[in-house]
Design a protein around this ligand. Structure first.
Ligand code: LMR
Length: 390
């Protein structure tokens, strides 16, 4: 039977991790997969996480099952970070998920249980894993125009026009902040218009909030989610702690759903979880819970998060100051920007200059140091890429 299977290409982004590791050049630059790196090129475990892990090691008595919803105290504490002052009491439910990807999959399964005809609208371009996740859940995926990479401009009017063609009950996937791959985010006025459109036309937003705190700040990056939660009766938020707590492989996230009958929704979420991963991995969530329960560790974490964000934004500023053709990078936020480079250019940068980036031309700014910006810009210049970008 397995002879019926055809070979699948490896995930392009994840393949880069290995290619980079195997490259012996000391000057190589890793701008590939979306992982934060410090000024020394390391992806450290946060001090707050280390401190929480010490407590965990000392105090954890059992690893017995918790249930498909995971650690509900973790979920409650993360809920406050996501929704802030916006009151969602009595109309929200949430579960812990294996990272943001698990949250997106559970969101897709839930939406399809409620409305099998729901189509999923993703931005063009979007994170390459969005479409496969929704397709794997059996959904039809549509695209709305979002950003023109060649001119580095948002296509807001075209986005609204496309979404006006979505059917009632369709799911609109929105990057809450730090758009992946472009780093180009809607203004508050534009967010308000998208949220009004969802309200008017009965569209269901699914916010992908994978980088909260790494753009402009924890509260600033939650503007759209909080505004939508104040206006709409129904919405979903797929949240991730993998980046803002640097937990990556621990796969720590949550899914929040707003609706009239949160208990009924929660029971369906539990079923979605039970039939996919049964129960989420515990370790990262307990560490996050311990941090958020302690004023001292919470302060340590927010300081570390601020440091990560400020470092990324300092790299962005330095690139913009160094090379006028790349000035747009200074205006964008989050880990990524998407350069208008052909796959051939991307390959040339990798082979001739040891600069690793996604085939699409997406770069992870957190892979650079302020001190390596010059090297990066020189590589782009020598490879003849700057002419393309100007
Ligand atoms: C990325 O876009 O690089 C990250 O979200 C990592 C991933 O899982 O693709």
């Amino acid at each position: 039977m397995f002879e019926n299977l055809s070979q699948q290409p490896p995930d392009g982004l994840l393949a880069l991790i290995k290619l980079f590791r195997d490259d012996p050049r000391e000057t190589k630059l890793d701008l590939g997969v979306g992982v934060y790196k410090d000024e020394h090129g390391n992806t450290p475990i946060l001090r707050a996480i280390k401190a929480a892990e010490e407590i965990l090691l000392r105090e954890q008595k059992t690893k017995s099952y918790l249930g498909p919803e995971g650690d509900l105290r973790f979920v409650e504490l993360v809920r406050e970070i996501v929704f802030g002052e916006t009151d969602v009491t009595g109309r929200v439910c949430g579960i812990q998920t294996p990272g943001g990807t698990g949250a997106l999959r559970a969101a897709a399964d839930l939406a399809r249980r409620a409305n099998p005809a729901a189509r999923f609208w993703v931005s063009a371009p979007t994170w390459p894993n969005h479409r496969p996740i929704f397709v794997a859940a059996g959904a039809e995926v549509m695209e709305y125009p979002y950003f023109d990479i060649a001119s580095q401009t948002l296509l807001f009017d075209r986005m609204l026009a496309a979404l006006a063609g979505a059917a009632r009950g369709d799911v609109i996937v929105l990057h809450g902040s730090c758009h992946n791959p472009t780093g180009a985010n809607l203004s508050r006025t534009e967010w308000d218009a998208v949220i009004s459109l969802c309200a008017e036309r009965g569209l269901l937003p699914l916010f992908d909030l994978a980088y909260q705190g790494l753009g402009d700040g924890l509260d600033e990056d939650a503007y759209a989610v909080r505004k939508a939660a104040g206006v709409l009766g129904e919405m979903m938020v797929a949240q991730s702690c993998d980046k803002n707590f640097a937990l990556y492989r621990e796969r720590t996230g949550s899914l929040f759903v707003l609706g009239e009958k949160p208990d009924v929704i929660a029971s369906n979420l539990a079923l979605c979880a039970r039939t996919t991963w049964s129960m989420p991995p515990d370790h990262g969530a307990v560490a996050v819970r311990l941090i958020l329960e302690s004023a001292e560790l919470r302060k340590l974490w927010t300081d570390e998060l601020n440091e990560m964000r400020e470092r990324i934004n300092a790299v962005r500023r330095r690139i913009a100051e160094t090379e006028p053709a790349l000035a747009f990078i200074g205006q964008q936020r989050g880990l990524f920007s998407n350069l208008a480079l052909s796959p051939e250019m991307v390959l040339r940068l990798r082979t001739d200059h040891g600069v690793y980036m996604a085939k699409s031309g997406r770069i992870n700014l957190a892979g650079l140091r302020v001190g390596s910006v010059g090297q990066f810009v020189d590589a782009l210049r020598t490879a003849g890429c700057l002419k393309e970008l100007a």
